[in-house]
Design a protein around this ligand. Structure first.
Ligand code: DSN
Length: 413
């Protein structure tokens, strides 16, 4: 980065500081990861200089020979990786991808049925706080508050009662596998299209560590930077019969020119995900999550649904006497970075809820395994017992940094 360091030393210093931060802390944000050096290089490539509204072979600008090749390569790799009939790689991120799906299939005022936001759903699944809940009628199913599992009987009865245009399966904070066959059957029974938002789990799906929604869903969206370990972006995968509607909804419906450097980086990430080592990675993400979940449960933490079978855990801290925000703040001081989160049956406000969410995609990318998961559980336990003890949090921070120093970071080391 010699040009940047000379041209803009202030910004260069911020990048270096962030690199040091990402190296010396334990990143448990369930939606974050470390992209490889190759992905980062493609993200910063000259494709960022190009405009290419339209699709390969049918652009509204000349000079697309290389952009077309990149986009077609990304599409071909995504189709191969997921077994999809049609893929659009242009959405800027997860929320625009979901908006494009609604634009393709819904009219204002239509009903969509998705998971309740405070039970692990996403804002764009029809929350009132989001455009999706203002322009569409969002109806929501919940988790069973005793088991912490999706109540498929409730999904079915709401679907039959409200006859949604789209039935949505997908989440931001649900620690269990989704039963896509069951969602499909409900969608068929009520006459809905099945829309799966696999943003959180797409890397697990790619690596064979979570069942694939592709055979069941009419349309699937995913971000590309979570478990999939690519650049920040998104894709829409759908049946061929919906290809035209989806492509038109993305462009010209919702977006202008695609971010070609991101598409280039996505092509690289998809190549990486097609390698056998990615299957090992996906299996390790889940194995680490299970080990961490068991170690935390042993220390009296109340995990929603009693554990995990994907990459994330949701913890209700009510029995620990700290709020989610106090816990997340204390853990940040201890060098462990995660986010506070609402839990099913939440009684507090979303800005200071009862829970925290943890995930293992990033730590697994840097090679952490079972012994490190045990250590993390010990540190979390210590930090939450000492949430206001700056000295103890500082001590943990030093121990965390010492462990991190032993594990190189993909993309940075
Ligand atoms: N913000 C993402 C997450 O953290 O899960 C979802 O969009």
């Amino acid at each position: 980065m010699s040009a940047l360091s000379t041209q803009d030393p202030a910004l260069f210093a911020m990048i270096r500081a962030e690199e040091a931060y990402q190296k010396s802390t334990i990143r448990l944000i369930a939606s974050e990861n470390y992209a490889s050096k190759a992905v980062l290089e493609a993200s910063g490539s000259v494709f960022a200089n190009k405009y290419s509204e339209g699709y390969a072979g049918a652009r509204y600008y000349q000079g697309q020979v290389n952009c077309d090749a990149v986009e077609l390569l990304a599409i071909e790799r995504a189709k191969k990786l997921f077994g999809a009939e049609h893929v659009n790689v242009q959405p800027y991120s997860g929320s625009p991808a979901n908006l494009a799906v609604y634009f393709a299939f819904c009219q204002p005022g239509d009903t969509i049925l998705g998971l309740n936001l405070s039970h692990g759903g996403h804002l764009t699944h029809g929350s009132k706080a989001s455009l999706t809940g203002k322009w569409l009628k969002g109806v929501h199913y919940s988790l069973d508050e005793k088991t912490g599992l999706i109540n498929y009987d409730e999904v079915r009865s709401l679907a039959l009662e409200h006859k949604p245009k789209l039935l949505i399966a997908g989440h931001s904070a649900y620690p269990r596998q989704l039963d896509f066959a069951r969602f499909r059957a409900i969608a068929d029974e009520c006459g809905a299209l099945l829309f799966v938002d696999m943003a959180h789990i797409s890397g697990l799906v790619a690596g064979g560590a979570h069942p694939s929604p592709i055979p069941y869903a009419d349309v699937v969206t995913t971000t590309t930077h979570k478990t999939l370990r690519g650049p920040r972006g998104a894709m829409i995968l759908c049946k061929e019969v919906h290809a035209k509607a989806i492509d038109k909804a993305v462009f010209p419906g919702l977006q202008g020119g695609p971010h070609n450097a991101t598409t280039a980086a996505l092509a690289v990430a998809l190549k990486e995900a097609l390698e056998p080592s990615f299957r090992t990675y996906a299996a390790n993400v889940v194995a680490n999550a299970k080990t961490l979940a068991a170690a935390l449960t042993k220390r009296g933490f109340n995990l929603i649904s009693g554990g995990t079978d994907n990459h994330l855990m949701l913890i209700d801290l009510n029995n620990k006497g700290v709020s989610g925000k106090i816990a997340a703040t204390a853990l940040e001081k201890a060098g462990i970075v995660l986010n506070y989160n609402t839990v099913p049956g939440e009684t507090r406000k979303a800005s200071d809820p009862s829970g925290i969410r943890l995930g293992t995609p990033a730590v697994t990318s840097r090679g952490f395994g079972a012994p490190e998961m045990e250590k993390i559980a010990t540190w979390i336990d210590r930090a939450l017992k000492a949430a206001e003890d700056e000295a103890e949090l500082g001590k943990i921070n030093a121990e965390v940094a010492a462990l991190c120093a032993k594990f190189p970071v993909p993309g940075l080391d």
